[in-house]
Design a protein around this ligand. Structure first.
Ligand code: PGA
Length: 246
């Protein structure tokens, strides 16, 4: 049985006061059978960990080096030290705004795994690539170049997030999600072997309470990476419930 995962990516949103949302999630979902991961901005990791001992706390990025002269960056081992269990790597906003290549993402994911964190590695095509029917070759290339050889179903999660569906209100069609997820499952198994055959595959891109149940029915979808709808308890809790009962 694959343990499902609902991950909330707060991006650059939230203040100390937002920890009350995490407190409410902890109260409502402390005995969940799925993994619930909250990824707030880095300064909130430690207080979030204290508020929610039964949920998993994740970061949104890490540096590829263990330590050193890298002003403004945070190491994977420090994330682990302050209580993070996971880290999002290679989100399309970082691939685009910070020019992160798949090669760099692989280095960051390797650093995360070496520090004992679960790496949530994001992949996904742009609208131009989809319109040019390049979606599957793009996903194959990103998987081949971004996933460390040491990735297994236990230490790594892949999030398929079509770039055109992120923060836009546009959700991929169930057939598009199913095709991409089945392709990723096959490619990851081909690439890494049986140890990765059950790697969790999350869908991300405008997931909301209203569409979550339908998305969770799709073959090879093991959960979701949720942006906007993870910020408030009222929005995220029903998505978690939909996954718990899927
Ligand atoms: P969204 O973001 O749910 O707001 O579309 C998803 C993501 O970027 O992870």
């Amino acid at each position: 049985m694959i343990k499902k995962m609902a991950a909330g990516n707060w991006k650059m949103n939230g203040m100390l006061d937002s920890l009350k949302e995490i407190e409410r999630l902890q109260a409502a979902h402390s005995n969940s059978k799925i993994d619930i991961v909250i990824c707030p901005p880095a300064p909130l990791l430690l207080p979030a960990r204290k508020k929610a001992p039964d949920l998993l706390i994740g970061a949104q990025d890490c540096h590829q080096e263990v330590s050193g002269a890298h002003t403004g960056d945070v190491s994977a081992s420090l994330l682990k030290d302050v209580g993070a269990a996971a880290v999002i790597i290679g989100h399309s906003e970082r691939r685009q705004a910070h020019a992160e290549s798949s090669a760099l993402i692989k280095e960051k994911a390797t650093a995360a795994l070496n520090a004992g964190l679960t790496a949530i590695i994001c992949i996904g095509e742009t609208l131009e690539q989809r319109q040019a029917e390049e979606t599957l070759p793009v996903l194959k290339d990103q998987l081949e170049k971004s996933l460390p050889e040491t990735a297994t179903a236990q230490n790594t999660v892949v999030a398929y997030e079509p770039v055109w569906a992120i923060g836009t209100g546009l959700v991929a069609e169930p057939a598009q999600i199913g095709e991409a997820h089945r392709f990723c499952r096959a490619q990851i198994t081909k690439q890494l072997g049986a140890k990765a055959a059950n790697m969790r595959l999350l869908y991300g891109g405008s997931v909301k309470a209203a569409n979550a149940a339908e998305i969770f029915k799709i073959d090879c979808v093991d959960g979701a990476l949720v942006g906007g709808a993870s910020l408030r308890f009222e929005d995220f809790s029903p998505i978690i419930e939909a996954l718990e009962t899927a």
